[in-house]
Design a protein around this ligand. Sequence first.
Ligand code: APR
Length: 320
Amino acid sequence: MARKKIALIGAGMIGGTLAHLAAMRELGDIILFDIAEGIPQGKALDLSQCGPIDGFDAKLTGTNDYADIAGADVVIVTAGVPRKPGMSRDDLLGINLKVMKAVGAGIKEHCPNAFVICITNPLDAMVWALREFSGLPHNRVVGMAGVLDSARFATFLAQEFGVSVRDVNAFVLGGHGDTMVPVTSYTTISGIPLDDLVKMGRSTKERIDEIVKRTRGGGGEIVALLKTGSAYYAPATSAIAMAEAYLGDQKRILPCAVYVEGKYGLDGLYVGVPVVIGANGAEEIIEIALDDEAKKNLQVSVDAVKELLVACKGIDESLA
Ligand code: APR
């Protein structure tokens, strides 16, 4: 059987980390694509030279030509620019929408059967636009946010309770960013619901509320520390888990930004919900019962995503 082909669109901080992780785990041969000349080639060459030390056979290639992503099984998109000081949200949307248009066209032409994972922000709008521009079926285009957001939630909870991160099962819904909805009633530590642990006196509601707040601002906390960029290790690790679930037909239930139509009372937009990821991509959305507070918070999140979509349609008429 031929090796799988993983195309990484964007060879910046997350793109480079994705390439490293994908090579170490031998997910397949890796193509790093970027518009910046030399960067994908340089990173591919550097990473190739890890092979003899780590003992991986993955072939890494850098390119500025979309033709080289032909036949990719998985495409992970990080291309775009981050929000810079003085840039309005619409300025950022306008720039990254154009990037999604070019990337979508490249995928449509060269690898229309791929499973596509979008990471570019603002995530819930960009993954929607990428799907529109590429024309791929909705189940083959997903956004990475919930895996990262729940990993952040789990990290802080493990610290709070002094337990292994492996025993924490954190549950996050909604859009990526300030309006995400960490659902404490579905969050467990070794099967024990968080709310029960609070009742048992192991923590307090106030402390859990603080952790929820910190999780929501998790990306911003890292930007403030790094000063010159945003998080890349955990975002890349999250997307690799999603790619592995697809390539291995693992049927993992992961919180991802997927197209929701009907479930959760939604009428066709991308938002973070639990979904089964397997060989058919986003195979089945799991609809869980939400309490009134979670429902209200999810609505706030959905409204924020809808507002972004209206702005996108205003910027690019072909999306309207
Ligand atoms: N086509 C391909 N690559 C592009 C394009 C384009 N049209 N425009 C920009 N790029 C490339 C840049 O040249 C850069 O190498 O995208 C890369 C982005 O890398 P970084 O700036 O290092 O950003 P990174 O930290 O990797 O984050 C990427 O993910 O989490 C989100 O908010 C984050 O939207 C950002 C994205």
